[in-house]
Every structure is written in C-alpha cells, then in structure tokens.
Design a protein around this ligand. Structure first.
Ligand SMILES: [Zn+2]
Length: 227
C-alpha cells in the first residue's frame, strides 16, 4: 500500500465528516421544529441522543485520521520493510486515542453545545418566567427582537447565512468569513480581533465559534416573511 493511497482515503474520510456535520445540523433543526410546535420532550431527547451518536462518529473519524497521520508520519522515517505492520499500528494508535474519549468530551462537541444553547435560548424566548403573554404579544416580542438584532456579518457586511457565535464575547459572524479571517491572520502569525466596534476581544479563535441555530432560523424566517 503506498502512502498516496492513504492520503486519498484520508480526504474521503474528511468529506465523510462534512456529511456528519450536515446531519447534525439537520437533527438540530428538527429539534428546533419540534420545540416550536411544542413537540414532546421525549422526541426532543431522542434527537439529542441521535446528535450524541453523530458526535461520537465525528470524534471517532477525527481520531482515526489522527492515528493514520501519526503512523504514516512514522513510516516515512523508516525503511520500507518496517511498513508491513502499518495496519496494526493504526489500530493500536486509534484504540489509544478513542480510549481517552469520554462522554464529557461528546457533551463538549461544538454542535452538541450549540444544540443545547439553541434549545435553551429558544425556551427562554418563548417562556419568559413572568409570562402571561398571549400568542399575539409573543409574535410582537419576536418581531421587536428581530428588528433589534443585527443580522449582518461585520466581516462581509452581508446578511448571515450560517451565523456562528463567539463564546467569549457573544458576537456573531458569518461562519466561513470568520474562519477564513482567523486563518489568514494565523498565517501571518497575528491575532484576529473581533471586528465589532468597541469589543475588547483581541484574540478570536476558531474554537470559540459555535453555530447559532436560533439566529439562523430567525434570519430564515425573516427572509421567508419578505418573499
Ligand atoms: Zn466581539
């Protein structure tokens, strides 16, 4: 087996992970739909379980890629005859990496955290504690909230499609633009400062960004209302 085959297979693993990420977004959307239509708590929990299974798969794929990369990097430094045991070496390394994976790690998975956050912010929007508000008031509230929230990304100046929230300063950006901007600065060995005027977050990290499904839905709804 040549190492270029390994690289091809690794990139198909990565695209598989992209599919898992999409699946997780679909599950989160389905849960939000349920929450909005006051679906049963049990169904929402079932979706959460499904999401955790996806997170497990995603983490396993990441670790498998890491194991393959680790072993192939070692193999490059060794004579060809040492490459016979590559498969076993990958297996061992993968087992080491996945043994260290706990349930708590899955709970911390960005998309699982975003799922919880979405449901929490949804229920706090729709069930304010001193709530005697009628259906009409609620719609008014949401309308006011929508007009107050800025839907445009400070980087692209365009309305966001996939908004992500910065867990440090709670500002929102278009996912792709924010990631690209951070990576561009990283290449120059520089920090990327949050582009919101007056924000004191001077070091934005890619790991601080979590998808904000609630905001994404609000934007989609607003667009739906316009058309
Ligand atoms: Zn900020």
């Amino acid at each position: 087996m040549s190492l270029s085959v390994v690289n091809t297979n690794l990139s198909s693993l990565k695209s598989c992970q992209t599919d898992v990420a999409t699946a997780m977004d679909v599950v989160t959307d389905a849960a939000m739909d349920l929450a909005e239509t006051e679906g049963s708590e049990r169904d929402i929990q079932a979706l959460e379980k499904l999401l955790l299974d996806c997170a497990r798969l995603d983490e396993d794929l990441t670790r498998f890629s890491e194991a393959v990369e680790h072993v192939t990097a070692q193999a490059r430094r060794q004579p060809p005859e040492a490459m016979r045991d590559l498969k076993d070496a990958v297996k061992r390394r993968f087992a080491e990496l996945t043994d260290a994976l706990s349930d708590a790690d899955l709970q911390r998975h960005a998309k699982v955290a975003a799922f919880r956050e979405s449901l929490r912010s949804f229920s706090s929007q729709t069930n304010p504690s001193a709530s005697q508000s009628t259906e009409g008031d609620l719609d008014d509230d949401i309308a006011v909230m929508q007009s107050q929230i800025n839907f445009s990304c400070p980087i692209t100046q365009l309305e966001m499609v996939n908004p992500v929230k910065n867990i440090k300063c709670h500002h929102h950006y278009e996912q792709e633009a924010a990631v690209a901007a951070i990576q561009r600065r990283e290449k120059q060995k520089k920090k990327f400062r949050c582009p919101y005027v007056g924000c004191d977050n001077t070091d934005m990290k890619q790991s601080d960004l979590v998808p904000d499904a609630t905001l994404r839905r609000m934007i989609q709804k607003k667009q739906g209302a316009r058309t």
